[in-house]
Design a protein around this ligand. Structure first.
Ligand code: GDP
Length: 318
């Protein structure tokens, strides 16, 4: 990819978008274009069209989305399907109208069926029913990747879709009602330690298995795909290893230094039993994740304390 390319990172304040901006800066791409939500509402199609007509964008990285953990997805499916469909439709169509040739769309491993053979290969898409706790979000993300495929076929664009596994890292959401499991447990363990609590509550049974990718690895994979001139297709992005939620909780307690018990709250959903991605498609091209979970958890915990500890109640401040 030309170093002078004008690259629009949609969603640059989110965890994925901000990782992309950091990586692009580190790799020496000077022409990165961003807009805050106040400057450009991606739900407003006319505004998105005007933006693309004015800005002469060469590459779009579409990381803007409504995202959330299992409870947010299960309780607000209308927002998750509507906002994601509208954002991706507006951005992809406006990019095509403005003759943007290259675009990377970010989805999620929850697009794959609930009872999927493991590890999950890209071709298992749409082979059986989805996990009900996040089917609305998944349908929106499947629509986004199908938009890319359809536009490539009809209009000769080069729109690629990356499907990362569960992500974590800087600028994650630590709100306990809407976050994913890893940031939620980091925060709970931190607060439990500061409070001297006897136990920490983990939702569900602790038996579901998940895979965790540091968002800086996703940013690296994105640059890899762009720099290797990949022109179409769907690519899983993961580390190729998973662990149970119980094991994750134990690992987090160790990093945080919380020595109490784990309590499991069976009233909360488990979600899909397992979603380990088969990452051989990108591996065959020469890309693999580099940040191990132990290292990633330690750096993420340090960032969490630096960014959030000051906003915790005074009783919780170390
Ligand atoms: P999912 O991968 O789409 O299911 O999303 P999450 O990251 O929200 O949840 C993953 C698994 O972790 C589910 O089985 C949750 O029930 C479990 N889990 C355990 N404790 C928590 C918690 O405090 N917050 C969240 N979001 N999930 C938790």
């Amino acid at each position: 990819m030309n170093k002078q390319a004008r690259i629009f990172v949609a969603g640059h304040r989110g965890m994925v978008g901000s990782a992309l901006v950091r990586r692009l800066a580190a790799e020496g791409y000077p022409n990165v274009v961003t807009r805050s939500r106040a400057e450009l509402d991606l739900m407003d199609q006319a505004a998105v069209n005007r933006f693309f007509e004015a800005e002469r964008i060469d590459v779009v990285l579409l990381a803007a989305a409504r995202v959330g953990g299992i409870l947010a997805n299960a309780s607000r499916p209308g927002e998750f399907i509507y906002e994601n469909l509208v954002i991706e439709t507006n951005v992809i169509h406006a990019a095509y109208r403005a003759r943007v040739e290259r675009l990377v769309f970010f989805g999620s491993s929850c697009i794959y069926p609930k009872q999927c053979p493991q590890p999950i290969r890209e071709e298992y898409l749409l082979t059986s029913p989805l996990e009900p706790t996040n089917d609305a979000y998944a349908i929106a993300k499947i629509a986004g990747l199908k938009l890319c495929e359809a536009y490539n076929r009809e209009y000769n664009t080069q729109y690629v879709a990356l499907m990362p596994t569960n992500l974590y890292g800087p600028n994650d959401n630590y709100d306990l009602n809407s976050s994913h499991v890893l940031p939620a447990l980091l925060r709970k363990a931190h607060e439990a330690r500061l409070n001297g609590a006897a136990s920490l509550t983990v939702w569900g049974s602790g038996t579901p298995r998940r895979e965790f990718l540091h968002v800086d690895d996703l940013a690296a994979a994105t640059l890899f795909v762009l720099e290797h001139n990949v022109t179409e297709g769907l690519f899983n992005v993961g580390v190729g290893e998973d662990l149970s939620i119980r094991e994750l909780a134990e690992g987090i307690c160790k990093v945080v230094g919380f020595e109490g018990e784990l309590a499991f709250d069976a009233s909360k959903p488990d979600g899909t039993p397992r979603k380990l991605l088969d990452v051989s498609r990108l591996a065959q091209m020469g890309w693999r994740a580099r940040i191990g979970l132990a290292e990633g958890l330690a750096s993420t915990y340090r960032q969490f304390v630096a960014a959030h500890a000051g906003s915790l109640p005074a009783t919780l401040q170390a």
